[in-house]
Design a binder for this molecule. Sequence first.
Ligand code: G3H
Ligand code: 13P
Ligand code: ZN
Length: 312
Amino acid sequence: MGLVTTKEMFQKAYEGGYAIGAFNVNNMEIVQGIADAAIELNSPIILQVSAGARKYAKHNYLVKLVEAVLAEAPDLPVALHLDHGADFEICKSCIDGGFTSVMIDGSHHDFETNIELTKKVVEYAHERGVVVEAELGRLAGIEDAVNVSDADAAYTQPDEVEEFVTRTGVDSLAIAIGTSHGAYKFKPGTNPQLRFDILAEIEKRIPKFPIVLHGASSVPQEFVKIINEHGGALKDAIGVPEEQLRQAARSAVCKINIDSDLRLGMTAGIREVMWTKPEAFDPREYLTVGRANVKTVVMHKIKDVLGSEGKA
Ligand code: G3H
Ligand code: 13P
Ligand code: ZN
């Protein structure tokens, strides 16, 4: 089996009350850490690539790294997805270049422009057997090539979703219900609470339609501690409580995006080795620990948060 789209994954996840993890990949060690966990737990996965990742590692290297997962586990359902495609051109380039899924992020445009742009990508993608994710509403924080200040952040309006998915023909929809990108999602001392009331409203308007949650890292405090105890300076890094992600995974949310937690795991591993063994200069030494942490993060997500263990 080659790389697959997310169609069947989402249908099964919706019916089974679990979610598929969409993990950002930027290099070989991250791909391997995620793949090792998914293979061990027999879980479907989405490996996603941002514009920044394509710039850093190059399109062809990332495609080949992701395809290599299938050489290790030919029957594992693996989708290769473009994260936060900013325009038609980057989506086209990924559709033509071996991706099975793309996101067109028109969330910073007005409603009509978002529809037009999304529709254009959907037409091009569907003719080539590729699926499309779009976004309605805006997340706080920094999206790839899109700066959205806290003040601009707007929850998804349930009134708009039915018209948006009908007119665009899109396959899944990212919504804004209180998550944000990065490691600093909430103010210290506050009580983070996702807007499940908005999610329930959206589910009512578009029943059985796969919903996507961006900005869903939990910012594991054990990694923050290791980083800070080994020369790092991450102050007040706070993520989404895992119990709320579990609740989301049981609902219409079929795809949960995680990047920051992988970065924290990788950084904690590298910092620990660099700090405790200043004489080390073999990259394999510190990258081995970083990669093992990535695997630990993904094992935990699949087993204890997403519920996708054994669903491959
Ligand atoms: O949503 C953003 C992802 O975490 C990707 O981040 O643009 O720095 O690769 P990046
Ligand atoms: P985090 O920064 O919470 O990991 O979100 C990642 C994401 O949404 C990628 O699109
Ligand atoms: Zn995102």
